[in-house]
Write a protein that binds this ligand. Structure first.
Ligand code: FE2
Ligand code: FE2
Length: 202
């Protein structure tokens, strides 16, 4: 599958990424890439240029996930990445914002919408573009994920009603974070309000 990079071939991107991720994370990334392509096809976007963008955002979405703390802090300083209070308190969130920066700087991706889909894949945000919503949801449902009780209904729903399924994922995410006593990013709460209103969900 073609990767949208100005600097590297598809094979080079996969080889670079494979060295930076552990095996499970690399397989998850492939799972997100192909799930994103499938969602594009199901929603009427079958052109190879569309699928390449879905694949690129999917395969690179976690490119900053397996950095050591030192590497992460080095890149934050080098690229002057500004962190929110929630990101400072819960550093695992940083990989989304930093991933968008590294996809550009280290993998040669310049398409702003691909970078933005990587940026928002963890928290979601209100009014996501189709690609952003697809990557956000593909990350949640791709087939390598450990089975969750809602999957048998949620996975097909994404292929028929993307907005409604995004709303459900946001609701599950918020409930899960509350249960674990973790902070909830304001963008996630705003996104949930937005999709609840959009879909008329309770
Ligand atoms: Fe992630
Ligand atoms: Fe992921």
């Amino acid at each position: 599958m073609r990767v949208c990079s100005d600097k590297y071939t598809d094979r080079e991107i996969r080889e670079k990424l494979r060295k930076k991720l552990d095996t499970g994370r690399y397989e998850h990334s492939l799972g997100v890439a192909y799930t994103a392509c499938s969602l594009f096809m199901a929603h009427g976007h079958g052109e190879i240029s569309d699928l390449s963008r879905a694949y690129t955002a999917g395969i690179l979405h976690d490119c900053a996930k397996c950095l050591t703390d030192e590497e992460r802090d080095k890149y934050i300083r080098k690229y002057q990445v500004e962190l929110s209070d929630t990101e400072q308190m819960q550093p695992f969130l940083i990989h989304a914002k930093l991933g968008a920066v590294l996809a550009k700087e280290k993998y040669g991706v310049t398409d702003p919408e691909i970078l933005s889909a990587i940026r928002w894949h963890t928290t979601g945000c209100a009014g996501m573009s189709f690609l952003e919503a697809v990557i956000f949801s593909a990350d949640y449902i791709e087939p390598n994920r450990k089975m969750l009780p809602m999957y048998p209904a949620l996975r097909p729903l994404l292929f028929s009603d993307l907005d409604r399924a995004v709303c459900d994922i946001l609701r599950y995410t918020i409930a899960h974070l509350e249960e674990k006593g973790q902070l909830i990013e304001e963008h996630t709460l705003e996104a949930y309000e937005y999709y609840k209103k959009l879909t008329g969900a309770d």
